[in-house]
Design a protein around this ligand. Sequence first.
Ligand SMILES: [Zn+2]
Ligand SMILES: [Zn+2]
Length: 137
Amino acid sequence: MMGNMFEFRAGEASREAERREQEMLQKAIEESRREADPSQVNPDDMTYEQLLELQESNGGDVSRGLKPAEIMRIPQKVWRSKADPTKTPDQCTVCYDNFKYGEKVKELANCKHTYHSKCIDKWLQNEKRCPVCNQMV
Ligand SMILES: [Zn+2]
Ligand SMILES: [Zn+2]
């Protein structure tokens, strides 16, 4: 009776050890699979740059243009004539219309490109760069 009891326990213990070994083996296989598969990205393993990229692709930066106050700061002029025919274009490259005498225009501070006020105001709500030369406004 005692002998049977011992045998039963010993058998159970060895089965338990076998089961643990199987589990560990299974885990090791799963881990090596995870390392081999690059599509399984764990957010905890991501670098700071990768997280930023993810934020941007999720539309983190919604308003890309200038703020209304910044657009207002660009000085407005009244178009009279070409001040310097070699440098100043007489065409608004947003609407492709020539400037007419007395029209309100704005000259960008950095690149000196000139546009109708209404044209460049609208443009700058979505962009921070000059439509012609891509310089920052
Ligand atoms: Zn225009
Ligand atoms: Zn420009």
